[in-house]
Each structure stands twice: as C-alpha cells, then as structure tokens.
Ligand binder design. Structure first.
Ligand SMILES: [Zn+2]
Length: 410
C-alpha cells in the first residue's frame, strides 16, 4: 500500500488544536508567546514525540520534528507553517499547514516508507506579527534577514519582549537559528476567494506578490465651514478623496493581479465646522512583478503631486518567485492525485517568502469558504484539507526520495 492521507485523522487533529485558544465565535486566539501558544506547542510536541520524531527548538522558538532519512548527510525537506494566530483568527491559517505536515509523517509511518533525505515538520514562531510586529519574523531570522537578538527584543503593546515571552513559556531552545535546508514546502489555505469560486481544489503557488507601503500627505488650508465660499477653499480632504477615488482605475490599468488600497485616512484638525487643512492617508500597492509595481508607484506619485501632496516610503516586500522545480513537483503531485489545480500567486505574505531566499521553496493552497481569513468564521472543508495533504505527501516523497517502499522490503 502506498502511503495514504487519513482525512478524518487530519480533521480531528485540526479540531483538537483549534480547541486551544478557541473563541466564542468559532475562531482561535493563539497569539505568539501567550499561554495558548504554549499549550498549542505542547500538544504539537506530544504528537511529534508520539510519531517518533526528534524534536528540536531553536533560539527563536521555532519547533522542528525530524523524521530520519537513510542519508544522514542530506539536509532535510521541511514541511510546515505556523501555530500562532491573529487575535480574532481562524482555525486553519497556519495550523492547517502544520497539521497537514504531521499527517504526511503519520501516513509515511503507517505505510512503512523510509525517505532518503530526512523530513522535518516545522512550526515557525510569530508568523502573524499580530502581537509582536513584524510578521514572519522567526523564519526571517532563520533565513538571515534579521538577527535573533533584534527579533527577540521586539515588544508587544505592553512593552513585553518576544524573547521574554518565549523564555516564560519555555520555548527558547538551544538550537542555533538557521541551518541548511534541502527544500521547504508549505500548505496553507488560500485566504482569498479564487479557488472556491472556480471549484478548483489545489492552488499551485508560483510566487508571492510584492507589497509597497506609503504614507501620503496632502496639504490644504484651514478655514471656516460657513464663511468660506466654495470657490475660495483649499480643502485637503476633497483633494485627497479625488486621488483615492482614482486608485481602482490605477490598479485595473495594470491587470487583474494589481491591488491598490487605502486603509487609513486622517483629516486635520478633524473638526466638523473647519475645512480640512491637511490630510494624511496610507497606500498599499501590490503586484507580482517589480517592473509593474514601479509603474504603479510612479502613477501614484504623479497623482499626489498634482494636488500638491507628497509620498513617503514606509516599507516594502519584493515579489517572490518560488523555485521552478518545487512548483513543478506540486503541479505533478496534484495531477497524480487526480485533483483539479491551477497556478496562483499568493496575495498574502508567508514564512515561505523568507525560506525562498535560502532553499528551493514552494506552496500548496487549498480553498477557504468565501475567501475569508483573519476572521473567526474562517473555514475549509475536510475534503479540501485532505486534498492539500495528499499533494504535500506526493511532493515530500519526490523531494526527499523514497528509500524503501513496503514492496521493496517484502
Ligand atoms: Zn498563515
């Protein structure tokens, strides 16, 4: 018998984990470094130990469960995601990828399959960045983008550091952060509506779109709301609104993968009978292609300059192209499992973005209902979860290499 994903076992693990930090509205609150985070980790470690895995914790609290291969010199194939959540998060974001990886290992055990390269399940600390910004910080340290000292010094709104909380919950480990990895594959819910709307089960993730954040400042002149005639005003909010209203057209001009969002608008002095003398707003531009992002940024700058405003860079995350070999392996595995699939670009950031800088990396998406995520109502059907785990199993076997199948050993 080839290894087989047990859909019911995967579902019951997901639901048992979701009980830790469960919210009254059906979601999960398992913030990084919290007591709920510790309990989720403890349960995961129990499962890893039960599956005979060698558990290792590094200095960022990243958790690894290692299943030995026949070649001790080969770097591991890593599969996993994260166990922390948003404050009003769902049961599947992150947890699904870790539980799918656990199910892959259990399926290999059931079938008595040994791989050539070791297979490691990983749970990255503080992917969400909800309590301790920034997001994906511990995979970032693993990949060398930040130092562990800097990441552990990041504080929550109460001034508590991530490092102190990891110490407190007993998850600052002795292992150094970062080492060679053969390949990394992360299964995740799509967090968008495309797969479900199309009736497609598997998203073959080719990369992650680039993100650029800006602060925009539009000047005006304060004046009395009653005594200033309409043709004598410099209303900063009307000017800013004019720019904001053109952003859907700006995005549409750059194809279906372009996104432009204004999430925060602040008018000064924020008095109902004073003409706004200054408006600041945030802008978030996204596209999978850096050249297109440049054009979008230029268009934004032109439009803001036309109303006398300025644009300041705040942060950016460049687009990520996943490894062609891993992407092909995901596509092949989906086809071999007889699952409908399509290529897709991730709209959200993931730990896979940082891993992609140090090893061949890919991702597998499964649908989520109504595209909802970062929401307590987040939901993925058991059959979708199992389908993604089947694809992950196939990819893991291909990348790690099968040393012995039951047929071989009689
Ligand atoms: Zn996630």
């Amino acid at each position: 018998m080839p290894p087989t994903i047990d859909a019911d076992r995967l579902w019951s693990s997901l639901m048992e984990l979701a009980a830790i930090g469960a919210t009254t509205r059906g979601g999960v609150c398992r913030l990084a470094g919290s007591d709920e985070d510790r309990r989720g980790r403890d349960l995961f470690v129990t499962w890893c130990t039960g599956a005979g895995l060698e558990v290792r914790v590094d200095g960022m609290g990243n958790l690894f469960g290692r299943r030995a291969g026949t070649d001790r010199d080969r770097p591991p194939v890593m599969i996993g995601s994260h166990l922390d959540s948003q404050p009003t998060g769902g049961r599947f974001d992150g947890a699904y990828g870790v539980m799918a990886a656990l199910e892959v290992v259990r399926a290999l055990d059931d079938a008595g399959v040994t791989t050539v390269a070791p297979v490691e399940i990983v749970s990255w600390t503080n992917e969400e960045g909800a309590r301790f910004p920034p997001a994906m910080v511990s995979s970032g340290v693993f990949a060398g983008a930040f130092t562990a000292e800097w990441a552990r010094a990041q504080t929550d709104p109460d001034g508590v550091t991530l490092g102190d909380e990891l110490d407190r919950i007993g998850y600052t480990g002795p292992a150094p952060v970062g080492r060679p990895v053969g390949a990394y594959v992360e299964a995740h819910i799509e967090q968008g509506p495309i797969l479900e709307a199309e009736g497609t089960t598997i998203g073959v993730v080719t990369g992650v779109q680039g993100v650029r954040w800006y602060d925009v400042d539009v000047p005006g002149r304060e004046g009395h709301a009653g005594s200033t005639p309409m043709d004598r005003r410099r209303d900063a909010l009307v000017a800013a609104a004019g720019v904001i209203a053109t952003l859907p057209e700006l995005a549409a001009a750059h194809g279906p993968d372009a996104r432009a969002t204004v999430g925060v608008v602040t008018a000064h002095p924020a008095s109902r009978n004073t003409i706004p003398g200054r408006v600041t707003f945030t802008a978030d531009l996204r596209h999978p292609d850096t050249a297109v992002l440049e054009k979008m940024e230029s268009a934004l700058r032109e439009r803001v300059a036309a109303v006398g405003g300025t644009v300041t860079d705040v942060w950016q995350s460049p687009p990520v192209d996943f490894d062609a070999g891993v992407v092909h392996a995901v596509r092949r595995s989906a086809a071999a499992a007889g699952l409908s699939h399509r290529d897709i670009v991730s709209g959200a950031g993931h730990d896979a973005c940082y891993l992609a800088t140090v090893c061949p990396t890919g991702m597998i998406f499964v649908p989520c209902r109504d595209g909802l995520s970062h929401n307590e109502a987040e939901f993925a059907e058991s059959e979708w979860c199992a389908a993604g785990a089947r694809v992950l199993l196939g990819v893991t076997l291909e990348l790690a290499g099968e040393a012995s199948a039951p047929e071989d050993v009689g």
